[in-house]
Unconditional design. Sequence first.
Length: 254
Amino acid sequence: MGRLNQKVTVITGGASGLGKGIAQRCMEEGAITIITDISESGEAVAEELGAEFLLQDTSDETTWAAIVDAVVRRHGRLDMLVNNAGIFSSCPVDETPLAEWQRVLDVNLTGVFLGCKYGVRQMKNNPGGASGSIINLSSVVGLRGQRGGASYSASKGGVRLLTKTVALENAPLGIRCNSIHPGIIDTPIMDPMFNAAPDREALRAQIEQSLPIGYMGDPARDIGNMAVYLGSDESIYITGAEMVVDGGMTMGLN
């Protein structure tokens, strides 16, 4: 029996990167796994993993209502929600267009707020009584600043405190909410930087040498395993926590 046996699990942004890695581990641990994404490429990923797929723009409230309704119609409940969908931005504060600031906040923070809103509503009404685990993907830059990360850092810092508020409000009901703060993980989000470098492998080596643990994280092994832990009953006494998965890069900085 898997650690998430038959837990109905929704993972946003599941078409690639962290979301795909989390979905892979949830499937391996026996979860009924639904991935959502704004890209239709998520359908092929779901087929590859043996999961289900629903098209979703996480920044749109009506879409959230429809997604949760569809999951409950099919499976009767919602046990685990991973708010993973996000976009990256690297721009100094004085050069950040308002439209870019708003776009990043809409996806990275408002999308997570809406997930928590509709996730909690359903988890309160699960058969057998209120229960569930919400996992929000923040970042190490949600714990500290980052040069050129005005909108991204602000959005991820917002996710950190939103998580604590959701946890505090719902702890008496048995609905937990925790955040994961990844460091440098080897996902396609790194490709633009690597592709722009004169020597891709030299840049990779430089990044890895800067990490105390000596290598970049793996989406499934490192972030997926943490999500499995937070979604399982093994973490039943953990809520409102910041789970830093960064290979030691922020040691001594917080």
